[in-house]
Design a protein around this ligand. Structure first.
Ligand code: GLY
Length: 424
C-alpha cells in the first residue's frame, strides 16, 4: 500500500512511524513533513495543506492508495472531500463532519440532539453591545470558560476566575471577527478518548490525559499540549465503555442521521465529574501530544487499521491489540513558547530513541535547529507509569536546546495517586 500523510507535527511523526512498521505499507510519503521523518518517509513539498488541488495533484503524483490527513485545518477546509471525489481512499472526515471541531456551536447542536452531557453554553456574536457581553458574563463564573468559536488549534480557550481577563478574551475573539462561546466550567479530571469512527462503528483507542498549561502544577497560559500519558490508572474500569456508549456512539449515530456520516478519528475531550463523563470539546483528528503516547502501545498494524476506516470496513476488523504497561510523552518547547517562540537555536542529543520531531529544521550547516513553538517530543514506555516517566526524563536530560523548557510533572499527579473520579 502506498500511503501519503499530510501534516508536519510530532503527531504526524508518530503516525508515520506507526505506518512504516506495518508490513502492508510499501511506500510512505509525507507532505510537507519535517526533517525528523525523512528516515522512514519521503518528504514531498506542499505549499498549502488546505489547497485541495495541490493535495489531489500530490496524491496522483505519488499514486497513493491511502491518504491520511493529520491536522484539522485541511479537514475543515474540505480537502478530504476533494480527495474522495478524485477517487482516493482517505483517512479523515469530510468538511461537513469536520464541523464537529470547526464550529463549537455545531458541536453543541449535535450533542443536544444526541443527548450527550456537556457544559451549558451561550454564544456572543461579533457586534454584541457592551451590555449584552456583560449580561452574558453574568450567567457564568466563578470560573469563566471563554472559547473562540473557530479553529484555534487548542489555543483559543481561556479558563480563568478573573472576570476582567475573561472579558479581555471575549473582546479579542470578537475583534478578530469570530463568535465567542461562554461555557460553564466542568470540574473533574480530563480524559482524551480517541475513537476510530466509520459511520456507526466506533472503536476506542486507549484513554489518555493531556497537560495543557505551560508550567508545572498546571500554571501559566494554555498551550497546544505539553505532555500526555496513557492509559489512565485512575479511570473507572468501565470508563472507556461509558464514554463510548454515552458520548461517541450517540454522536456517530446523529452524524449518520443528518446525512453527514463521520469517517476518521473522533477525539472526545471530556471532564469526568460528579455525573460521570461530560464533553469539553470534540476534535476531528488525532490529538497532539496524546497520539504520540497512545500509538506507542498499539500493536495492531496501523496502516491496515486506518485503511479499514477509509474503505468503510472497520466493523470487520479484529479487536485492537495493545502492549501492556504505560506510555508517556513530554514536549520540549522553545524559549518564550507559547507567547513568541524563539527559533533557529541549535538542538543536540535529539538522535536518541523515542524522539519525535515537530518544530525542527536543518540550518545551512546541516545542524538541527528549532523552527516552531513545540520543538520535539520524547516518548517512553514502562511497565509502570513511574518507569515510563523516568525513561522519558532521562532522554530529555540528554537533549540540549538553549532556552528550551518542558514540564517536569507529566503524569506525576497520577503516579502519586492524586487523581480520582468522584461520582455522586
Ligand atoms: N491535545 C490537544 C489537542 O490536540 O488539541
Amino acid at each position: 500500500m502506498r500511503i501519503l500523510v499530510i501534516g508536519s507535527g510530532a503527531r504526524e511523526h508518530a503516525l508515520v512511524q506507526g505506518l512504516a512498521q506495518d508490513p502492508s505499507t510499501s511506500k510512505l510519503f509525507v507532505a510537507p513533513g519535517n526533517t525528523g521523518m525523512s528516515d522512514v518517509a519521503t518528504l514531498k513539498p506542499l505549499a498549502d495543506v488546505t489547497d485541495s488541488q495541490q493535495c489531489v495533484a500530490l496524491a496522483r503524483e505519488v499514486e497513493a492508495d491511502l491518504v491520511v490527513i493529520g491536522p484539522e485545518i485541511p479537514l475543515v477546509a474540505g480537502v478530504a472531500d476533494s480527495l474522495r471525489e478524485a477517487g482516493f481512499a482517505v483517512f479523515g472526515p469530510n468538511k461537513a463532519a469536520a464541523q464537529i471541531e470547526g464550529s463549537k456551536a455545531f458541536a453543541k447542536d449535535i450533542m443536544k440532539a444526541a443527548g450527550v452531557a456537556t457544559a451549558h453554553a451561550q454564544t456572543i456574536t461579533p457586534g454584541a453591545s457592551d451590555e449584552e457581553i456583560e449580561a452574558a458574563l453574568d450567567n457564568f463564573g466563578p470560573t469563566f470558560v471563554v472559547k473562540d468559536d473557530g479553529l484555534a488549534g487548542g489555543k483559543g480557550v481561556v479558563v480563568t476566575p478573573n472576570r476582567v481577563s475573561a472579558r479581555e478574551h471575549v473582546d479579542a475573539v470578537l475583534a478578530a471577527g469570530n463568535p465567542v462561546l461562554l461555557e460553564t466550567f466542568l470540574s473533574g479530571p480530563e480524559v482524551s478518548l480517541f475513537c476510530l469512527v466509520d459511520g456507526e462503528t466506533v472503536v476506542p483507542l486507549l484513554p489518555a490525559q493531556d497537560h495543557k498549561r505551560v508550567g508545572d502544577g498546571d500554571t501559566g497560559p494554555n498551550t497546544g499540549g505539553m505532555g500526555a500519558y496513557t492509559p489512565l490508572p485512575w479511570l473507572p474500569e468501565n470508563g472507556v465503555q461509558r464514554i463510548v456508549d454515552e458520548v461517541c456512539v450517540p454522536v456517530a449515530k446523529e452524524m449518520v442521521n443528518r446525512g453527514t456520516p463521520y469517517s476518521g478519528l473522533l477525539y472526545a475531550g471530556l471532564a469526568w465529574g460528579e455525573e460521570g463523563p461530560s464533553v469539553v470539546e470534540f476534535n476531528c483528528r488525532f490529538g497532539d501530544p496524546e497520539t504520540q503516547a497512545v500509538l506507542a502501545l498499539l500493536k495492531t498494524p496501523l496502516a491496515q487499521l486506518l485503511n479499514a476506516v477509509a474503505t468503510g470496513t472497520l466493523a470487520e476488523q479484529p479487536p485492537l491489540e495493545w502492549e501492556e504497561g504505560y506510555a508517556l510523552t513530554v514536549v520540549l518547547a522553545a524559549e518564550n513558547y507559547p507567547a513568541s517562540p524563539a527559533t533557529g537555536h541549535v538542538i543536540t542529543g535529539a538522535d536518541a530513541p523515542g524522539v519525535l520531531h515537530a518544530g525542527t529544521a536543518r540550518n545551512e550547516a546541516g545542524e538541527l535547529v528549532s523552527a516552531g513553538g513545540r520543538v520535539l517530543n520524547v516518548v517512553a514506555k514502562g511497565k509502570t507509569l513511574e518507569q515510563a516517566r523516568q525513561a522519558a526524563y532521562e532522554t530529555l536530560a540528554g537533549i540540549k536546546l538553549p532556552g528550551g523548557h518542558y514540564r517536569s510533572d507529566i503524569a506525576l499527579p497520577a503516579v502519586q495517586g492524586l487523581i480520582s473520579c468522584h461520582e455522586s
